[in-house]
Structures are given as C-alpha cells and as structure tokens.
Design a protein around this ligand. Sequence first.
Ligand code: NAD
Length: 248
Amino acid sequence: MEEIQEAAALLAGAKNCVALTGAGISTESGIPDFRSPGTGLWESTNMMADLSASAFWHRPARFFEVNRALIRQMAGAGPNAAHLVLAELEKAGIVKAVITQNIDGLHLKAGSRHIYEVHGHIRSGTCTGCGASCTMDELMAKVDAGQVPPQCDNCGEAIKPDIVLFEDPMPPAFMMAYQLLEDCDLLLIVGSSLVVTPVCYLPMKVENLVIVNLQPTPFDSRARVVIQRKSGEAMMGIRDVLKQIGKL
Ligand code: NAD
C-alpha cells in the first residue's frame, strides 16, 4: 500500500523521529478509547465529569466506581503489535522516544524505554498530604476494603492515583515532551483524535507528520502521510517495508 511505503521512507530518512500515541493504539489490546463511534467511553459515561479532580475530591464513590473497573482492565491488558513495533523501532534507533497520552503502561510493557507519559499512569498513587507513594495494587486494596477515598497509612490524607485528571495541571513529563519536539524532524502519530488539549498543540511544533488513525484528525490536511487503518496492521506494514529496505 502506497501510504505505508511513504511512511516507511520518511521514517528511514528521519534523523530525530518521535512517536505520539493516544488511546486508539490500545483498542486492539481490548481497552476502549474515548471517541470511537459505538465503543468509545464517552458513549456510556461523562468522562469529563467522572475522570475529574472535582469527582475525586467531591464524589469519590462515583470516581472509584467508574475508574476501578477501567484501571483493572488496563492493568490486565498486554501490548499489541503496534506497541511492539514502536519498541522495535526505538531499539533500532529509528524512533527516539514515545510521547503518550495513555495511562495504561503498555509502551513500557512492550519494551519502549524513552517514554513521556504526559497524562500519568496507573502504576502508583501519591498521598495528597505527605506525598508518600504506594502501588496501584495497594491503593485499590484499600478501595476494595471500602476505604473511599483511600487513605495514607502515614498521615491519613487521601491517596490519589498518579493519573492526570481533567482540571489537573500537566506534569513535568509534558514540558519535557514539548522540549523534546524542538529537534524533532518527524512526528509519527498513532491512535489519537488530536483534539485533547494541550497535547493537540504538540504536532504544531513539527513540520513533518505521519498520522495513523482510523478516523480523520484536524491535522490530516498538513500531514505528509495519513494512514486510515488499524494501528497494529499499519505499524506491522511499516516494519515490513523497513526490513525490506535494510533499515531493520
Ligand atoms: P481518543 O479516544 O480521543 O481518540 C482515539 C482515536 O483512535 C480515534 O480517533 C479513533 O478513530 C482511533 N482509533 C481507535 N482504534 C484504533 C485502531 N485500532 N487503530 C488506529 N486508530 C484507532 O483518544 P486520545 O486522542 O488519546 O484522547 C483521549 C484521552 O483519553 C487521552 O487523554 C488519554 O489519556 C485518555 N484515554 C486513555 C486510554 C488508555 O490509556 N488506553 C484509554 C481511554 C482514554
């Protein structure tokens, strides 16, 4: 397919390619995204309300009712072909780093090493009082035992999952990702609607874009290549071409 060949050629020629991923890269691992028609989480829940800092502080029972199942589902999921190919491309020096909006940790499980988790992750929680850290399993054990919100063993204050909620400030990883793109000559975007702020500003910093996404995005018109196919299939196609031309 022509777009796959073109994308592979751009990757092969790039000096500083970075990947930017969103929820769409993980749907093939069984985790629903937000905006896919029919299956996206927005269809069943008001995520803006339920995944917000206000919900955590003022409606903790509802917050954990919605998010407990989601976190469990993500924690039990494994990386798919698209995550694995990105890790392989990083190992080969073709992709320098992955900036991800995802909290599911699947890039880490796939073997990527330079990862900027700009919306946090589901591996741990932090006490909002003393800053003590705990694992997500420890946090969830408290929730399962009826402690909502979960409380810190040291100081008794609420423990918040290390996820960036709506209304939260962006973490240092976001500024680091922003700076990383100063020298980026190709941004490979995989599985993102590119409408969530402030991440949707990141592609503006890079001249050359390759977009792999099932639905159109606001950046398609200025991308070098747009591949409207499933990310696993598209990334495996790109890997095959890179192998054929001796880059992998
Ligand atoms: P989004 O839901 O807004 O968009 C996902 C895009 O991926 C859609 O445009 C869809 O067409 C596309 N898509 C779905 N399946 C695909 C596939 N197999 N191959 C290619 N494209 C596919 O997601 P977003 O842009 O990441 O923004 C949503 C926010 O939701 C992010 O902030 C993210 O933190 C959060 N989120 C994360 C997860 C996760 O960690 N896995 C899951 C749901 C939501």
